[in-house]
Design a protein around this ligand. Sequence first.
Ligand code: SF4
Ligand code: F3S
Length: 114
Amino acid sequence: MAFVVTESCIQCKYTDCVNVCPMACFYEGPNFLAIDQSQCIDCAMCVTECPVKAILHESELQPDQRHFIELNHTLATRSGWKRITRPTSPLPEHEKWAAVANKLALLQTSWKPD
Ligand code: SF4
Ligand code: F3S
């Protein structure tokens, strides 16, 4: 069991979470971060850092959020995303997107244009 990043991160990407992770679990995509669960030690330090409460423990996920387990794994380990260990600026329209609920269709899995 481990923690995963969920939908609220999409289009916001605040990156406060990476600042506290002792295991450097986070991998960066264009508009989302993913946790490599194989590295996560369940310390929960990242949870309270996220301004939009995007990070949840696997055991807390609602049935319609459970696909984020596999999504985090795939994006962190098989998508060419790079490890991120220092925070960066949030995405330009983060304040607007923080209030939007259904953003999964906007998730960009590649740094290259689709
Ligand atoms: Fe890193 Fe701890 Fe968050 Fe896991 S729970 S991603 S080890 S800060
Ligand atoms: Fe995303 Fe929250 Fe981290 S918005 S980048 S999970 S601080």
